[in-house]
Design a binder for this molecule. Sequence first.
Ligand SMILES: [Zn+2]
Length: 593
Amino acid sequence: MLLQDLRQTWELDSVFPGGSESKELLTEINWTENEAKELAKKADSFTFSNETFLSLIKELQSFSERLSTAGAFIGCLIAQDVKDKKAMALRGRLESVYAAFSNVGSVIDQKLMDISEDAWKDLMSFPEYEHIAFSLNERRMNAKEKLGISEESLINDLAVDGYHAWSTLYDLVVGRISIKVEIDGNEEELSVGQAENKFSSPDRNVRKDTFEKFVQAWDHEGEFCAASLNHIAGFRNEIYRHRGWEETLKEPLVINRMQEETLSAMWNAITSQKEIFVKYLDRKAKLLGLDKLSWYDVDAPLSSANSKMSYDEAAQFIVEHFRTLAPKMADFSEKAFLDGWIEAEDRSGKRPGGFCTGFPTKKETRIFMTFSGTPSNVSTLAHELGHAFHTDVLKEMPYYATNYAMNVAETASTFAEMIVADAAVSNAKSKEEKIALLEDKAQRSVAFFMNIHARFLFETRMYEERKAGQLSVERLCELMEEAQKEAFNGALEEYHPYFWASKLHFYITDVPFYNFPYTFGYLFSAGIYAKAKEEGPSFEEKYIALLQDTGKMEVEELAQKHLGIDVTKQDFWLKGIELAAADVEEFLALTEE
Ligand SMILES: [Zn+2]
C-alpha cells in the first residue's frame, strides 16, 4: 500500500470527545476520585479468602486501567498544547488520585505479606493468576524487604520535604542559570538546555566558548548542587541502612528485575572492547583537524550531508523496511499512520521531544513528536512505533502483566530504530551521507558505552564514599573526571568535571541509577536484532513472544526462554558490541585517506 497524504495530527475524540472540555472525561475523573476512596476502605477492611482476594485484584486492575487511560489522555492534551490550562487543572486532580491510590497500594502490600506462605503458594497456582503471579509475588517479596508499614509510610511522608525537595531545589537552580555567550558578534543569553545544544554546533569556537562559560556557570552554583546531591545520596543511603540493605545497587537492580552478575557481565564486556571506539574518536579528531577531541567535540557534526524526507516518505520508508524483518510490526505501523494514532505536525505550542502512550481501556496507543524531516526525526518515529508495537502485543494481557522495567522498555523501540537506521545507511545517496549516518550510529555507541559508563562509575563510587560523610565540590569533580577518563579510555584531551552538577539524571529521586538501563536496553535489542537478521521474518513470532513476557519475568529468564541466551555471561553482550563495532569499522574505512 502506498502511504500518501497522511494526516499529521492525531485523533483523540474516540477516547474522550471534546478534549479538555470533554464531559465524558470529567465524569471519568469524578469516578476515579470516588473509586479511590472506596478502594481505600476496601483495602483497610480486607480479610483474606481466595474469593475476596481475586475480586480485589480484578477491581484494582480495572481501576488502574481506567486511571491510566485518563492520565494518558490528559498527557496528550497538554503535549499538543502546552497552554491548555483546563487540561493542567485536570492533571492536578488526577495527581491527587494517584497519591491516594499509592497509599491503597501500601495497605495491600501489607495484606499480601500477612498471607501465609502455604496459602499464597496455593493461591498463585490457580489459572486466574497465570499471567500476574510474577508481579504479585514480586510485590510481596519487595514489601518483605522493607520496614513495617508505619515506618515506610513515615519515610514516604518525610521524603516529600526531606528528599524529593532537594530534586526540586536543583530544578530551581538549573532554571535560573543563564549563560552569556558571544555568537557571530552578538551576545546571547542561553538556558542550560540551549547551551547544551551548542555542543553540536559545527563551529568549534562556539562549542569551546559555550563550554567554558557553561562550566563557569556550574562552578558558580557548585555549592548548591553539591548540597542537593549530598542530601539525596545521604537520604537514600540512610533508608537502605535502616532496611538492612548493604548494596547501593540492590534497589536499582530489583527495579530492573536483573541480577548483579548480568550487570557486571555487561560492563566487563564493554570495558574489554573500548579500543575500537577510541579509534573512532581519534579519527573524528583528525577529521576535525585536531590532535584529540575534547568533551565539547564529541557531538560535533562532521558534515551537513543529510537529506530530508517528507512525512509520507518517512512513513513509507519505515513500513517498507519493518516489513523485511518484522511484517506484523509493519502492518501495525501502517494502521497507526492511517488511523490517526500519530501527532507529528510541525507547529508551535507543542511540548518538545517524543513519546508513546497507551489507553489500556481502549487497547489503543498514540505517538507524539514533531516531524520536520531530519534523519533523527525518522528514527524517533521508528523508535516510538517500536514502543507502540510493544504495547500492542500486550493489549490482551491483564494489567499487572503489562508493566515492564526501564531496561527492557527500550528494547522494542531500539530494535525498530536499528532496522530503519541500517536501511538508511544502505540507501544513502552519497558517500558523505553514508559517513554522516554511520557517524550518528557511532556517536550513539560512544554515548552508551562511554558517557553512560562514566555516569555509572561515578554514581557507584559517590554513593559508597557518601556513607563516610559529605563530598566537597572538589571531590565530586575529581571523582567525575576520574570516571570519565576511565570510561573514555583516556581518549579525550579535556573532560567535564562538573558533569555531576549539569546532569539532571543524578538528581532524579523517583528512580535510582538512571543510567545503566539505557545501555542494557541498547545492547539487549542489538542482540535480538542480530538474531532477527540471522533468522529473517520468521523470527518475529519469537520476538513477539518475548515482548509478551516482558511484564512477567526477570531479564535472565526472559533471555533464556526466548533467545536461549545466558545474559550473566559476557558472550551475549560481546555480540551486541560487535554490531556497533562493525559500523565503526565501516566508518573508519570510508574516512581513510
Ligand atoms: Zn524510548
